[in-house]
Ligand binder design. Structure first.
Ligand code: SAH
Length: 262
């Protein structure tokens, strides 16, 4: 038997943000190989009896190296029909989904890609920050703040310091000081609105508002932890008007809470 590996985006955490295709695949999967970023509420949708293999870091346990994950997928494909490789957000945005797909392709194993809502889209939407807005932001960029092994950040600061583009940084908590300093040095105003969003779209969502100059200090003061994105740009100021998501809201009327899906 030769199965198919579906490389599926699970979205940012709120299970309502899964695609219908992702949900259908989870419901008919033989095996689910999942990352740490995939929320418990999403994993709760996997029917009882389906084999679930965690391969991401969790407290005290090391993550499975990428080469080993590739190997696991290939082996599963040789004795199962439908394998779901479930990843946080979108599998092709800082998700290594393409590396896994290339590995499968080389071995002649069938695969499909199912997009998911990436953190940059979901977290900003739930924090009330539009990535583009007529007259304010003409586009957006996503970059990783992950440091190289020598501890350096290898980004083109000149091109990133554009006041008409919203910048979203994944994995940027460890480098937030350097990031901000580089952007200011490259000419982006120190007073540019900036934000950190932790656990976006979930009931634990934690949003910190700042300016580019104060972002690093605010992130530390509020003890922001991964997973979190940083958002820098003029549209961040619109969150004052648009922040509709209130996960901690106590609804007076039970039917209202049901309607809001919480
Ligand atoms: N493939 C994922 C990204 C994986 S890299 C996607 O498309 O979203 C992991 C990084 O994603 C985290 O360090 C964080 O920067 C970001 N991230 C993912 N989910 C998040 C969430 N719910 N809230 C805030 N940041 C998130």
């Amino acid at each position: 038997m030769q199965g198919t590996v579906y490389i599926v985006g699970a979205g940012p955490g709120d299970p309502d943000l899964l695609t219908i295709r992702a949900l259908r695949l989870l419901e008919s999967a033989d095996v689910v190989v999942h990352d740490r970023l995939v929320s418990e509420t999403v994993m709760a949708l996997v029917p009882a009896g389906v084999i679930c293999i965690p391969v991401g870091k969790s407290s005290g346990r090391h993550s499975v190296p990428q080469a080993e994950i590739n190997q696991i997928l290939a082996e599963l494909a040789s004795n199962h029909r439908l394998i779901v490789r479930l990843k946080g957000g979108d599998p092709f945005v800082f998700g290594r989904g393409s590396e896994e797909a290339l590995f499968l392709k080389e071995r002649g194993i069938a695969f499909e890609i199912v997009p998911g809502i990436t953190a940059a889209l979901a977290c900003t939407a739930y924090a009330g920050v539009p990535l583009t807005h007529r007259g304010i932001s003409r586009g957006f960029r996503v970059v990783t703040g992950h440091l190289k092994e020598d501890g350096e950040l290898d980004l083109n600061w000149q091109s990133l310091a554009d006041p008409e583009t919203t910048l979203v940084i994944y994995m940027g908590l460890a480098s937030v000081d350097r990031m901000a300093a580089h952007l200011i040095a490259a000419g982006l105003s120190a007073s540019t609105p900036a934000m950190a969003i932790q656990d976006g779209s979930t009931l634990e969502q934690h949003v910190v508002k700042a300016t580019l100059a104060s972002l690093a200090a605010r992130v530390r003061m509020e003890n922001i932890q991964p997973p979190a994105i940083l958002v820098i740009g003029e549209t961040v100021a619109l969150a004052d008007e648009l922040n509709w998501f209130a996960p901690q809201t106590e609804y007076e009327d039970e039917s209202m809470a049901v309607w809001a899906g919480r």
